[in-house]
Design a protein around this ligand. Structure first.
Ligand SMILES: Cc1cc2nc3c(=O)[nH]c(=O)nc-3n(C[C@H](O)[C@H](O)[C@H](O)COP(=O)(O)OP(=O)(O)OC[C@H]3O[C@@H](n4cnc5c(N)ncnc54)[C@H](O)[C@@H]3O)c2cc1C
Length: 524
């Protein structure tokens, strides 16, 4: 379709082209244009394409009108990543592009539309003997394949198979002129069976935060699901021993996934489970006897409530180990525990990783604290050798702010992971009293949100959180950390070397000459 250049809002044309049911205007846009942390500019409209052709037409129309384009997957990020940063924009919601295009068990890949959630993809693959190697972030109930690849998501399967981008075989990208660019073997019109064909084109679009184009389809590799899993949980008395345990475990390469928490984070989860369990009970009572809420209730009770040792541990680390046979999984778990104990860990009940494996994706209750507090995480990846010094600096950072944080009712917890053998994820999540936003109303079940304590916003607290986030990002930087999920919240263009920046800017100009795709992302 060829569209003449327009110098007016593209919204009437979009309505004409797609139908009014696929174009949201007015008050309805706020729920889409607010992320977990905040909102910025409101878009002229939220557009929900139902096909790749719709998506291409939408991009052509917006580009012809000089309108900025922001793309939202599941909207589960919190780094301003999909938030409009300019006044004249449209927000494309990918939720309508959620089909499985090809499940090719013989050639070992699955092609999906990029707006499919990880939970939906897993549900479809559970009917086969396969899974994708990386199979989603904890937010995979809402988070999409396209959004996760765009910001280097990690978690389920990451110990064994790396980040989201490492499971990608091929991508179909809609660039700013509406063309469909294909990568790997698909670039020459062949099936999307190989990523490796000349320079790695798919890699240019992984972690781009949607600034280089919109992922319309993604092909991911498949691997056989291992039928047996063992779970290990270990307590550590301090960060030094936790970090050493995770480092040594990563070098062994025995687990499929793992995560670790400090005591504040564990206690917050234990407290939240009581609320979720109560809510799930009420839901199950009005649902069928096999209601998923019933399952959720049992899981959170047995998972978080099952371990007193968890609440008492200064740090706890949780591992999922897989095997083709039960004895293989058990042997790996025994070996892993030996490594963790040698690093200073003590075995505690393993209910949390068992719960996570039974229900890897749950509604996003964690977007609020256990008492309905606001929540936002911040993270950095460090080389293992920088962790002790950074941890001391973080303690010092909070010690200097304790009085203000207590006065304003702000608290924090930590989550940790080894990423491959060489990097350590140090994530901090903040909780503070504040009003729920259109994001929470858009995302959380009404009954759950309504039962939480409601608190007004406080300007001093909000400003304190903003400043603390900014200062912590600087602290991460001073200790050599890098970040995933860059969005518009972490520095990138301003901190990378001139040669790297020049090349990335040249790529951006080639695929998006008017700079309309997610302006502000990556500081490009
Ligand atoms: C409760 C909770 C748990 C979380 N757990 C994890 C975790 O375990 N691991 C982790 O890494 N993160 C986690 N996150 C952060 C976030 O959910 C993930 O990074 C997730 O992958 C984001 O996917 P999304 O579809 O929601 O993307 P969005 O938030 O919608 O978008 C993210 C970025 O991708 C771009 N984008 C979206 N779709 C496309 C597309 N089709 N083409 C091009 N660009 C696109 C957007 O413009 C934006 O820049 C969590 C968040 C929450 C709220």
């Amino acid at each position: 379709m060829s569209i003449p250049a327009l110098d007016i809002s593209p919204v009437p044309r979009l309505i004409q082209l797609l139908g009014s049911d696929k174009v949201i205007i007015g008050a309805g846009v706020a729920g889409y244009a607010t992320d977990v942390y905040r909102s910025r500019e409101m878009p002229l409209a939220v557009v929900r394409p139902a096909s790749v052709a719709d998506l291409q037409d939408t991009v052509r129309l917006a580009a012809a009108a000089g309108t900025a384009i922001f793309t939202r997957g599941g909207g589960a990020s919190y780094t301003d990543a999909y938030l409009p940063s300019v006044r004249h924009s449209i927000l494309i919601d990918m939720g309508g592009l959620n089909r499985i295009v090809e499940l090719n068990e013989h050639d070992g890949y699955v092609t999906v539309e990029a707006g499919i959630t990880w939970a939906a993809l897993k549900a479809a693959l559970d009917a086969t003997a396969f899974r994708t190697p990386f199979f989603g972030p904890f937010s995979g109930y809402a988070a999409t394949v396209g959004g996760s690849i765009s910001q280097h998501a990690i978690s389920h399967g990451s110990s064994a198979h790396g980040i989201s981008a490492q499971s990608v075989v091929s991508l179909d990208i809609v660039t700013a002129n509406g063309a469909l660019l294909r990568t790997g073997s698909a670039a020459r019109g062949a099936a999307p069976f190989s990523r490796w064909y000349g320079p790695d084109l798919a890699g240019r679009f992984c972690g781009d935060c949607g600034g280089f184009g919109i992922k319309a389809r993604a092909t991911l590799s498949l691997r056989k699901r291992r039928p047996f899993a063992e779970f290990c949980s270990v307590a550590f008395p301090d960060m030094a021993r936790l970090a050493e345990g995770l480092r040594r475990a990563a070098l062994e390469g025995l687990d499929d996934e793992h995560f670790a928490m400090d005591a504040a984070m564990s206690r917050g989860q234990i407290k939240r489970q009581a609320r979720i369990s109560k809510f799930a009970t009420a839901k199950a009572l009005v649902g069928s006897s096999r209601s998923p809420w019933q399952g959720l209730k049992q899981l959170v009770r047995s998972g978080w409530g099952g371990s007193r040792a968890l609440g008492a541990a200064a740090y706890s680390a949780h591992f999922i180990v897989e095997g083709d046979e039960s004895r293989e999984a058990r042997a790996k778990a025994r070996r892993l525990l030996r490594v963790l104990i040698a690093a200073g860990g003590a075995v505690i009940p393993n209910t949390v990783p068992a719960m996570v494996r039974s229900m890897p994706f749950a509604p996003l209750f964690n977007t609020l604290g256990p008492d309905g507090e606001r929540w936002v995480p911040l993270h950095g990846y460090l080389p293992h050798s920088n962790v002790p010094e950074f941890d001391t600096a973080v303690r010092d950072f909070f010690a200097r702010r304790t009085a203000d944080m207590e006065r304003l009712g702000i608290w924090y917890g930590g989550m940790f992971m080894a990423m491959g053998s060489s990097a350590f994820l140090y994530e901090l999540a903040f909780y503070w009293p504040g009003a729920h936003t259109p994001y929470h109303r858009h995302t959380l079940p009404e009954g759950y949100l309504g039962a939480l304590p409601q608190r007004p916003n406080d300007a001093e607290t909000a400003a304190f959180i903003d400043t603390m986030k900014r200062d912590l990002v600087a602290l991460y930087g001073a200790h050599g950390a890098i970040h995933f999920q860059l969005g518009k919240a972490y520095p990138f263009g301003s901190v990378i070397a001139a040669e790297s920046l020049e090349l990335l800017r040249a790529i951006k100009t080639a695929v998006d000459p008017q700079g309309l795709m997610n302006p502000g992302a990556l500081e490009l």
